[in-house]
Design a protein around this ligand. Sequence first.
Ligand code: AKG
Ligand code: FE2
Length: 282
Amino acid sequence: MSVDQSNLIDLDRYPIHLPSSHEYRELLAQTQAQLNDDGCAVLRGFVPAERIAVLADEADSVADLGHRSFNKTNVYFTRDNPDYPENHPLRRFFDRSNSFVPADNFGVDSRLRNIYEWRHFSTFVQQALAEERFFRYADPLADVIVNVAEEGAGFPWHFDTNNYTVTLAIQNADAGGAFEYCPNLRTPEDENYDAVEAVLDGRSTQVKTLVLQPGDLQIFKGRYSLHRVKPLSGPRRRYVAIYSFVEEPAMVGSPERTRQLYGRVLPIHTDRAGMRGDTLID
Ligand SMILES: O=C(O)CCC(=O)C(=O)O
Ligand SMILES: [Fe+2]
């Protein structure tokens, strides 16, 4: 263990570096139980409040390098389908905006990267998710990124296209930004369109709200749980670090998707085109 990780992660509360300890087994059991219950686990104060400034400063120093992209999307990220009635969830489109700081801005000295690359971190997350195949993402633009969001920006309701997401809250906006989710609203067999429509209409009783504070780690299984980030307000930017893990060791994003999200591609993306791996959250 290097000094860096012990400086940032609250290892007294979250002894992820002591896998044979009783405390580790308890932590793992609790995290797994949260994931089993509603597909979402939160480790509050994973980086304690008094240490988060280091990460906020790091995000601040590269925030302007975020690549902005805007689109209109339904909750499924699919095209409009005129075969359905106009108010069907498949046909309801919302503004979505992203600003992702690409991962090559988080180099070997990055404290954010430090956490991601610490072997105890990925082992813990893998065990929590009970995933057999689990690797850090080989994409040098996408393995560790920061999402920068400002007033007016939003993540409207959606189902993720990947199975799980690991995020670390770094800074909240002045107001807004609560995470809302509906655990297991759909299944592989049933899209449950009526329930999705109720959420979009604001009349669902299945919405849970989570207000994350800087330093909280979230492990979220978003493929079956409809979710959004409520609109932000005020001048302060919201920063969230996204740590990507995948099922195949050599995967990188497709050139098209990479250009869309990060504004550029690297030789590795064009060389490996064909080994598809669009695992970034959305
Ligand atoms: O920023 C967040 O907290 C989560 C955003 C999200 O759900 C996504 O990008 O898929
Ligand atoms: Fe999502």
